[in-house]
Write a protein that binds this ligand. Structure first.
Ligand code: PA5
Length: 467
């Protein structure tokens, strides 16, 4: 398996001195990379960064497979209730590793595997539309929350419970699996006291780093993904990611390139897979990069307000939507392509085009076109002094997807150290959560409710109503 990072077009000799990175910039980071690496190793030895060990956690995967076997054949619909890190990884890997039409296939064509829906919002239209196409008797909800306290997931759970209770009566508990922290939060006591089936999220693994835990492994296994191969891909790639040499560790190198680009004012980071199957990997990565690096305070307590803005795009689709901006808009972006060397299928264009103007495509294939379009976009960006790089996968398989996930996780951790922030916390989302609790009348949040009212009363309303 060769996964490569081609950063030719990130460099000053390709895109020019103003926005391109100089060899000397990279050289200057070498020593810092070694120090950061030592710190990472040291912290791992002291039990931090538990996500690093997930690909090697055999007992965890065995437990998931056992549960998935027990449930196999029992349900036609698996519905994930979760949000953020409890949902995005599952969506991304499901899309990458099951047929894109999985949920549209007949039971027979799915070989008895259930459909998998990931509901990560509390939009009642979206939620109700999914309930409407599921037979409650054949539906199992995986309620996924590390904290066991997330308001959206709690609300989803309560609505799903009512829906099931009305349809199947007191057997409704059989239709739930709670995936949560082994000790904390309000889901765990339900499992212990009320007999819900439950599965642990390993302690020390935060939401957005939890894709290689039961958070995603259970729904993916139920939907037919080879989770052992997914973890094997990550484990096999680990030696490339667990050493301190900046030039040959792709996670460290890519983090360094992104960091240096940020210092040059390129503060938007676009991730653009040229693969429908990898489309949602960019969405998963967007959360990982945004929540991990967007911070007000540095680790030493200074106000820094840093963080690159991640943007997800899809090639070739967004060539007709976003690329105009990337090519000619402000010099504030760096584009990372993800490419696939071999697609599982290819479609040839045979001779016989109905118009001479279309004939240039004869003898070519769709895979060839998508590849050429990526190369063409990269060279056009380069010509326009826009730094861009490319991560190439040999194919889309459980192994390569596992490796890519691990690469991005380590890259994010290392980038956190370069930016001087804690990539594992997300203090900025707390305030909004507390105002929500206050607005929903949760006891203990009365003061927050008063603060909300005070802020509102200070604002002069400016609302344009059009009838
Ligand atoms: O990365 C994170 O920690 C967050 O995005 C969480 O995944 C998200 O807020 C959901 O949290 P929980 O799994 O506790 O419900």
């Amino acid at each position: 398996m060769i996964i490569s990072l081609n950063y030719t077009n990130m460099m000053a000799d390709a895109v020019g001195a103003e926005y391109g990175i100089h060899e000397t910039d990279l050289l200057a980071l070498r020593a810092r990379a070694k120090t950061i690496h030592e710190e990472i190793c040291n912290r791992r030895q002291h039990g931090e960064y538990a996500f690093f060990d997930l690909p090697f956690n055999q007992s965890m995967v065995e437990e998931v497979l056992q549960l998935s076997d027990e449930m196999s054949g029992r349900f036609k619909n698996i519905v994930v209730l979760g949000i953020g890190g409890s949902a995005l990884g599952t969506t991304a890997v499901f899309r990458a590793l099951r047929p894109l039409t999985h949920n549209l296939l007949t039971d027979e064509d799915r070989h008895g595997l259930p459909r998998l829906f990931v509901l990560d919002n509390v939009d009642p239209d979206g939620f109700a539309a999914h309930l409407a196409i599921c037979d409650p008797a054949q539906t199992c909800f995986l309620v996924i929350s590390k904290s066991g306290a997330t308001v959206e997931t709690t609300c989803q759970f309560l609505v799903a419970k009512q829906w099931l209770q009305q349809a199947v009566g007191e057997e409704y508990r059989e239709h739930f699996v709670l995936i949560t922290d082994p000790e904390k939060g309000s889901l765990r006591p339900l499992a212990v006291q009320q007999g819900y089936r439950a599965c642990d999220i390993p302690p020390g693994v935060g939401g957005r780093f939890s894709v290689l835990t039961p958070v995603s492994l259970l729904p993916l296994a139920l939907a037919g993904v080879d989770i052992q191969a997914l973890l094997r891909g990550a484990a096999d790639f680990a030696p490339h990611l667990c050493h301190g040499s900046l030039e040959s560790n792709p996670a460290y190198l890519n983090a360094a390139l992104q960091y240096l680009a940020y210092q040059k004012g390129l503060r938007t980071s676009v991730l653009m897979p040229y693969s429908d199957r990898l489309r949602d990997m960019a969405d998963w990565f967007r959360q990982l990069w945004a929540e991990s690096l967007g911070k007000k305070y540095s680790c030493d307590g200074r106000v820094v307000h840093v963080g690159p803005t991640p943007v997800n795009a899809l090639g070739t689709t967004d060539q007709h939507s976003q690329v105009q901006l990337y090519m000619e808009g402000p010099f504030d972006k760096v584009v990372t392509f993800i490419t696939v060397d071999h697609f599982d299928q290819d479609l040839d264009v045979l001779p016989g085009a109905p118009s001479p103007e279309m004939a240039y495509l004869e003898g070519h294939s769709m895979a060839e076109l998508i590849r050429m379009e990526q190369l063409a976009t990269a060279v056009a960006l380069t010509k326009n002094h826009r730094p861009n790089c490319m991560i190439s996968l040999p194919n889309v398989s459980p192994e390569t997807v596992g490796a890519l996930i691990y690469l991005f996780e380590v890259q994010t951790l290392f980038a956190g150290a370069l930016f001087g922030v804690n990539p594992l916390d997300q203090p900025g989302v707390e305030e909004g959560k507390q105002f929500t609790y206050a607005l929903m009348g949760r006891s203990g949040f009365e003061e927050k409710g008063q603060e909300y009212a005070r802020i509102q009363s200070r604002l002069a309303p400016r609302v344009l109503n059009c009838q």
